[in-house]
Design a protein around this ligand. Structure first.
Ligand code: ANZ
Ligand code: ZN
Length: 812
């Protein structure tokens, strides 16, 4: 591999002593069209990558393609182009015509593509590792089904019952599917969030919400007739005595058994209706509806029986699918009780100073009443005491409940990573031996009937069972593409390894990722899977860290007229066209300016023009100046010997501030600093162009300042900065030429205002250079009229001097 830094300044090799820095923008999908989202993400990443490179880090700034997934398959169906051809064509196009012209400093030698067999071989290998440890399993379960996409979706891919890809409502189906047991890692995924101080706060909140840890209890009830046990999950065991009813989800597995003899047709109708309703409808309806079963239940601590109801506000797959309904203290239960006239018995009273939510509703912690032995206890204490008592009675126990579900990871679609499993009639699901990977995607497929159809009789699907040798079939489901993107960052560290997914030493050296940029919309799914796999890799000894990302920066969206840019709205601004009309530098500068990068921006043509003008003006004036005054001996030009000390001081103070802004990802402030730097520098340069007055030394100092200016500009407008640098300074790239160095001393004020006192009373102010000595100050003070007056007829006994502050004459 040619690792020559001059011909490949962005190529990362870890064979030097430089400290690595890993910057990464989230994986791009090769749709064929780069959009403003790409421009924003990668311009942010690039500013930091270039900054760190100039600072002397060995920067890993890779790029690649998240290439499996539905659009390729749909394109194949629509245009009869095989998905790999469509994908490859798009990648070529995006790479050469769209990403290339933006000037992002990627290490293209590490480009990866998840649909390439030498990549998905390792995705399959990882799946086998999970399977070996029982973390990948096949099971029958209620899953999310999208009709439009005709595939199963993960919980993370269904937001409020809507498919993340096609925005159509999804339904629940009982299907046999592959799952990844991420729930085994729920507690660690939760705990890990505390160790991420450099993560975007919203992203941490999204994770926390998704993992959804609730501390609570299982409380056992039992039906009075047939003694069928029913367990509820509650976070408020302190409210047990206020239970008015038990409410079961319509899908509750014991329901039919419980109501077996009752012949309640109204109930059966309700259950059927609920099953037909989509998840969205169920959650959207504000009405809490239900049907009474006529069956009652009792609880060890309660001296009253409660009726069992069925209600669709209770979710089947959370907790136990059953709740104790406490109308006086829970809003949903309150609505339910009001509708069906259930008793509303308060068991927690507000403390002095607390106010209730309504007359008969109080949802906060308070003090227990109407609760037997527990009366008078504060809620927190009562929660523990009730659980302890239940535990003694064998009627309940403390538990932790997570919202996180296992990741349903199989897809009934063609264009994905084949699941490396053989289905054998006698042995069941048998993993393919690692030595036989990759399991190639069958090529015996037609796209004619409106869907991708692998020939079911294809020899490519027939295989002998690895265990018993009998004829068997390959699994035809493919993996969710989020599986491919859950480990791509590891592969970037060692992208050409043919012996392993990656070399642990290399990965340990450059990961966790130092700076990761992407949209908040990926903060739930991708980041959960990515964190999960990292912990798994850690556990099987592949890596020595267990969180993949040190700093996670979430960028905002680019909108137009307040709307998301989209083809259907016809409001898409195409980056390549902007590059042609205004230049990549102007676009990059624009996309980072004015608004903090974590907020949404609204596309504004006039601001873009202004950026273009700014870049041009800089270019023209600096070019003219450097032509007249070719830079000489600039590299060590002594800044402290500048005649215009104020210029140098202001200039480097701005540099200093800019570096501060970079360290805190305030890119819009960086751009503002560049404007200020430019205005200082161009004013001076224009003077020089019209009437050159300066000595060689002063010229060298100015040349050094121009070069430092170009260095910071190269983070944002690399084309114009590199061009000037190349024309006037050096053949070696500016990208690796070093971050501006300057002695902090030059940032100090050039002059200082000294106070002159006589016997402690202020008489005058005198401006002198910083660090003036006592003698000089004393001399100057004695010449001051006001001071002279104050000293008339008096003898100076002493002069007290405080450096850079004051002189005080003590007189007798
Ligand atoms: C009684 C109670 C009284 C409750 C009270 C709350 C307040 P999180 O924090 O989300 O875990 N719940 C339990 N399982 C449910 C299900 N499958 N579908 C719908 N709701 C369910 O919420 C836990 C609370 O949500 C539980 O605590 C239960 O209501 C309800 F004053 O039990 B609680
Ligand atoms: Zn869909």
């Amino acid at each position: 591999m040619d690792t020559n830094k001059e011909s490949h300044p962005f190529r990362c090799c870890f064979d030097n002593n430089k400290q690595p820095f890993y910057s990464l923008g989230m994986f791009a999908y090769p749709s064929g069209n780069a959009h403003m989202g790409h421009v924003r993400v990668y311009s942010i990443v690039d500013a930091i990558a270039r900054y760190k490179r100039l600072q002397g880090y060995e920067v890993l700034n890779p790029v690649g393609w998240d290439a499996f997934g539905l659009p390729a398959e749909n394109a194949a169906i629509a245009n009869k182009v095989p998905p790999h051809v469509w994908t490859q064509r798009n990648i070529e196009r995006m790479k050469t015509q769209q990403f290339g012209p933006m000037g992002w400093s990627f290490d293209w030698s590490r480009e990866i593509n998840t649909c390439a067999p030498d990549y998905y071989k390792w995705t399959q290998w990882i799946f086998l590792q999970l399977m070996q440890r029982k973390l990948a399993y096949k099971a029958k379960a209620m899953v999310n089904w999208c009709d439009t996409c005709s595939t199963v979706l993960a919980n993370e891919q269904v937001v409020n019952g809507i498919c993340w890809r096609c925005s159509q409502p999804t339904t629940k189906r009982l299907m046999t599917q592959w799952f990844i047991r991420i729930t085994d890692y729920a507690q660690r995924l939760w705990d890990g969030l505390q160790k991420l101080p450099q993560w975007n706060k919203e992203a941490v909140a999204v994770q926390r919400n998704w993992i959804g840890r609730s501390q609570g209890a299982h409380i056992e009830f039992v039906t009075t007739d047939k003694q069928i046990p029913i367990s509820v999950f509650t976070t408020r065991p302190d409210t047990l005595f206020g239970t008015a009813a038990l409410v079961l989800a319509p899908e509750h597995p014991l329901l039919q058994q419980i109501v077996a003899h009752t012949n309640n047709s109204k109930l059966q109708q309700y259950v059927q209706q609920a099953n037909r309703k989509s998840q969205v409808q169920r959650m959207a309806s504000k009405e809490k509806t239900g049907v009474a079963t006529g069956v009652f239940a009792s609880q060890a601590l309660l001296d009253h029986q409660v009726e069992i109801w069925v209600g669709d506000y209770v979710v089947a797959d959370y907790g136990t699918g059953a709740v104790m309904c406490v109308p006086a203290h829970d809003t949903r239960d309150h609505q339910f009780a009001q509708r069906y006239h259930l008793p509303i018995q308060p068991v927690v009273a507000p403390r002095p100073g607390q106010t209730a939510d309504a007359d008969d509703l109080f949802t906060q912690d308070g003090v227990l009443i109407n609760s037997g032995d527990f009366n008078g206890m504060p809620s927190a204490q009562a929660r523990q005491a009730v659980v302890e008592r239940l535990q003694q009675l064998g009627a309940g126990e403390g538990t932790v409940q997570f919202n996180l579900r296992d990741w349903s990871v199989s897809r009934q679609r063609y264009w994905g990573c084949p699941i490396p499993v053989v289905l054998c009639d006698s042995c069941g699901c048998v993993p393919v031996a690692a030595a036989n990977l990759p399991v190639l995607l069958p090529s015996d497929v037609s796209f004619d009937e409106g869907r991708a159809c692998v020939n079911p009789d294809s020899a490519q699907l027939r295989v002998d069972c690895p265990r018993c040798g009998a004829p068997a079939k390959r699994e035809t489901d493919t993996l969710d593409t989020f599986m491919c993107s859950a480990w791509y960052a590891f592969r970037f560290a060692d992208p050409h390894n043919s012996q392993a997914a990656f070399d642990s030493n290399i990965v340990n050296r450059c990961m966790p990722i130092d700076f990761y940029v992407g949209g908040l919309e990926h903060a739930a799914q991708h980041m959960i899977y990515f964190r999960f796999l990292t912990k798994f890799f850690h556990d099987i000894g592949l890596v020595d860290f267990d969180e993949p990302v040190r700093q996670f920066f979430c960028n905002g969206m680019v909108r137009k007229e307040g709307q998301k840019m989209s083809k259907s709205r016809g409001n898409v601004v195409v980056p390549t066209q902007v590059v042609e009309s205004h230049s990549a530098d102007a676009l990059r500068l624009y996309i980072l300016s004015d608004t903090p990068s974590e907020l949404d921006i609204d596309w504004e043509e006039t601001a873009l023009h202004a950026k273009q003008k700014f870049v041009r003006r800089n270019q023209t004036l600096l070019h003219a100046y450097l032509t007249q005054h070719p830079p000489k001996n600039w590299s060590d030009a002594p800044l402290h010997e500048a005649t215009d000390k104020e210029l140098v001081r202001t200039f480097y103070s701005l540099m200093h501030a800019l570096q501060h802004n970079l360290n805190s990802n305030e890119f819009h402030n960086c751009v503002a600093r560049i404007y200020e730097l430019s205005s200082l520098l161009l004013t001076r340069v224009q003077q020089e162009n019209t009437q050159p007055t300066q000595s060689e030394l002063q010229q060298a100092i100015l040349a050094r300042m121009v070069r430092d200016y170009l260095a910071v500009c190269s983070l944002f407008t690399p084309f114009s900065a590199e061009e000037l640098w190349h024309t006037f300074y050096s053949d070696a790239p500016l990208a690796t030429a070093g971050w501006p160095r300057f002695d902090k001393k030059i940032l100090q004020q050039a002059t200082c205002r000294y106070v002159v006192q006589v016997n402690g009373k202020k008489r005058s102010l005198i401006d002198l250079p910083v660090d003036a000595n006592k003698h000089v100050l004393q001399q100057r003070a004695m010449q001051d009229q006001a001071v002279q007056q104050a000293l008339v007829g008096k003898a100076v006994k002493r002069a007290i001097f405080v450096p850079n502050k004051l002189i005080n004459f003590v007189v007798g």
